[in-house]
Design a protein. Structure first.
Length: 137
């Protein structure tokens, strides 16, 4: 089973980042958790299959993935680096024709995961930084 994974550093505490992960709309312009998106919507509907608060892990599947894959399950893990920083890993496991694995690696890994992780990191860092400034005033 192929796996695509990306990891990013976030200059915000793991607990802060974890609080944002479940709200895809804050950091991912195309994912949403609830079914019933209009057919012409750019949103990808996902179903959360596991959420572990203690391990800061969220796993989901896509009932109708936009790629020729089956058996999709993605997992987002937030790990503390120290008191003020963290790392986020996003990985997807799935079945697909071996001939398209590199294309999926580029599309999913670079075009989706990297961009969304960058947005998550930026949003978390900006909101955490703003809170720290407000607390110091």
């Amino acid at each position: 089973m192929p796996r695509i994974a990306r990891r990013t550093f976030v200059a915000a505490p793991a607990e802060w980042v974890w609080a944002m992960v479940d709200d895809f709309g804050q950091w991912h312009p195309r994912l949403r958790k609830s079914p019933g998106a209009p057919k012409d919507s750019p949103e990808l509907v996902v179903t959360v299959v596991e959420r572990d608060e203690e391990r800061m892990t969220l796993s989901y599947s896509m009932p109708e993935p936009p790629f020729p894959i089956t058996g999709h399950k993605a997992t987002i893990v937030v790990e503390p680096s120290d008191e003020r920083t963290s790392h986020v890993t996003w990985a997807a496991d799935f079945d697909a024709d071996p001939a398209i694995i590199q294309e999926l690696e580029d599309q999913v890994g670079d075009d989706i995961f990297v961009q969304a992780l960058d947005r998550l990191a930026t949003t978390a860092q900006e909101t955490y930084g703003a809170q720290q400034i407000a607390l110091s005033n």
